[in-house]
Design a protein around this ligand. Structure first.
Ligand code: NDP
Ligand code: ZN
Length: 179
């Protein structure tokens, strides 16, 4: 029911806010929680997505990767469906960074539709963030390489949400990359 969805989404936002409470984005000043909230907002406002499990998973998408949260905790609080979406968008931090980045490209075509939606919105948010302000310590070359890698991941996520994909095409065009 609607009542359940409101409860679920507020609970996910609160859980993420607590998990990310001490973290900042790589611009060195923006609270990290702005990112998962913004990803959820891209899905609802631009993507027209209304599946509560996808929106809750978007709010929670970086809590395992970047905080001391476990997959079991997500399952206990939010159930098996949301846990599985968050797992699908979580990198294995025990692997070297280059391998993690390669695996995102390899895995993208094979993840669920729900996980693809979260990943598309996550990439759009991060690319817009890079255009807004260069992260501390990054040069032009690193930004360009990030866009090129992201375009390879997104190639495996196409065909599920036209408004988000159209916006990604525009963002990549600014860096002379054809999606
Ligand atoms: P990182 O993975 O280190 O950083 C990008 C990630 O940081 C995003 O995916 C996002 O993930 C998070 N993030 C936090 N704050 C911001 C912000 N303000 N704007 C955008 N993203 C933010 O980047 P890469 O290692 O991929 O670097 C890009 C390229 O540069 C690579 O192709 C690499 O070859 C090259 N390079 C890498 C170096 C390195 O040390 N890794 C050094 C030099 C070059 P989330 O959604 O999880 O928050
Ligand atoms: Zn993210």
């Amino acid at each position: 029911t609607n009542e359940c969805s409101v409860h679920l989404i507020v609970k996910a936002a609160n859980f993420a806010a607590i998990a990310h409470r001490t973290q900042l984005r790589k611009d060195g000043s923006t609270p990290y929680i702005n990112h998962p909230i913004g990803v959820a907002n891209i899905l609802t406002e631009l993507g027209g997505v209304s599946d509560p499990n996808v929106i809750a998973a978007a709010l929670l998408h970086d809590t395992i990767e970047d905080c001391d949260v476990t997959s079991e905790q997500i399952e206990h609080e939010f159930g098996a469906k949301i846990k599985s979406i968050v797992d699908e968008v979580t990198d294995d931090k025990s692997l070297p960074k280059a391998e993690r980045k390669r695996l995102q490209i390899v895995h993208a075509p094979n993840i669920s539709k729900e996980a693809k939606l979260v990943k598309l919105a996550d990439k759009l948010y991060n690319l817009r963030d890079l255009l807004r302000k260069t992260p501390i310590g990054w040069d032009t070359k690193r930004v360009q390489e990030y866009f090129e890698w992201a375009s390879e991941v997104i190639a495996g996520l196409r065909g599920i949400n036209k408004p988000i994909e159209d916006e990604l095409i525009l963002v990549f065009a600014k860096k002379n990359i054809k999606l």
